[in-house]
Design a protein around this ligand. Structure first.
Ligand code: ADP
Ligand code: MG
Length: 338
């Protein structure tokens, strides 16, 4: 992994709506010609799909790479049939609605869950993939969202806990509590991005930028030899960047309290849940951005470190491979490396 922090061009930032997507597309096309001064630069092409409840985009530079790009985007869409909590045809949905019955899942989902379980067992206070019943209490898409009652939260919390997920071998899993529901929102995009990156690299793509709703992965460098510059959003101004980081062969993944939220009576209710209280984590953090090689780990950690809060997060960094972490706490940007 190589990261530098000097360039000020923004080549990527995405959120879950098309308005920002369009403004980004404009920004991108407006900025790119300015980069051509340092030599002849292949012009970027982008392909986009809506998948995983967000905008997924690949920017690439050679016509010859288009087929591989289209295949990676199709694979991304196909992953909904594994990881979606809402699609009744998905493997995760069937597992979540098995009423406590032993369920056989595709091998890829089984292995993925086994891997993710390790983190949930090790860091149960911050990272919990069994929070589905709690997540369901917060409707961030509603015009008139409700704050869940204490009774509803404690009832939902009684249906959580990684120890209630039983791995039986032979791809079989049993959820030991009928009300328990797995929610992979914190890690699925990171894993899928990594698989898409692998597909592209295996097809010979040497330079590309993947963006899965703000999870950004760089393959190689830009064709002009420079790193990709990725913006980190200012949580308080949707259209402003607080920082840009330059990456090649690395990813930049953010979890922020401005991504999915509603405000009720002056209080912000967001989607990063403290597993102990069942309420949005309140610790002064507005966002956590993780820069590292592997986007699965970056996605998992962006959520885990956010919920832990900055001080505990810094203490946890030593458990992991090289990371560069950007915390935005009460409007202030702070960096940490391990
Ligand atoms: P996104 O990039 O979609 O905003 P994040 O990677 O920040 O997602 O993860 C947030 C999602 O993870 C939530 O929407 C929810 O599905 C799930 N989640 C929330 N809190 C936790 C937690 N403490 N541990 C694991 N998953 C969580
Ligand atoms: Mg995450």
């Amino acid at each position: 992994m190589k990261t530098q922090n000097k360039c000020v061009n923004i080549t990527s930032i995405f959120h879950c709506n098309y308005a920002i997507f369009l403004s980004f597309a404009f920004l991108f096309s407006a900025l790119f010609p300015a980069l051509a001064g340092c030599g002849k630069t292949a012009s970027p092409r982008t392909e986009t799909v809506f998948a995983l409840d967000t905008v997924v985009q690949i920017t690439y530079y050679r016509d010859a790479d288009k087929n591989a790009v289209m295949e990676a985007l199709s694979a991304c869409k196909a992953y909904e049939k594994l990881f979606s909590r809402t699609d009744p045809e998905s493997a995760l949905y069937r597992l979540n609605h098995a009423n406590g019955e032993e369920t056989e899942v595709p091998e890829e989902l089984y292995k993925f869950l086994l891997e993710v379980q390790k983190y949930a067992v090790r860091y149960p206070d911050y990272f919990d993939i069994t929070l589905g019943a709690v997540s369901d209490l917060y409707d961030f898409k509603s015009e008139n969202p409700e704050v869940p009652s204490d009774a509803a939260v404690s009832e939902a919390l009684s249906h959580t806990g990684i120890e209630k997920v039983s791995f039986l071998g032979d791809r079989k899993i049993r959820l030991l509590d009928k009300g328990l529901s797995l929610d992979l929102g914190a890690v699925a995009k990171g894993y899928i991005g990594e698989r898409m990156k692998e597909m592209l690299e295996n097809a010979g793509v040497r330079s590309a930028l993947l963006n899965l709703g703000g999870n950004v992965l760089a393959i190689g460098k830009r064709p002009d030899g420079r790193a990709f510059s990725i913006g980190i959003q200012d949580p308080e101004h949707e259209d402003r960047m607080i920082k840009t980081v330059d990456v090649s062969d690395a990813c930049v993944v953010t979890s922020g309290n401005y991504e999915r939220f509603f405000i009720k009576d002056g209080v912000r209710y967001h989607h990063l849940i403290d597993p102990e209280t069942g309420r949005p984590a309140e610790n002064g953090l507005e966002s956590v951005t993780v820069v590292t090689e592997d986007s699965f780990l970056a996605d998992l950690l962006s959520t885990l470190l956010f919920v832990a809060g900055k001080d505990r997060a810094e203490a946890l960094l030593q458990d992991f491979p090289p990371l560069h972490v950007y915390f935005i706490e009460n409007g202030e940007l702070k960096e940490a490396v391990n």
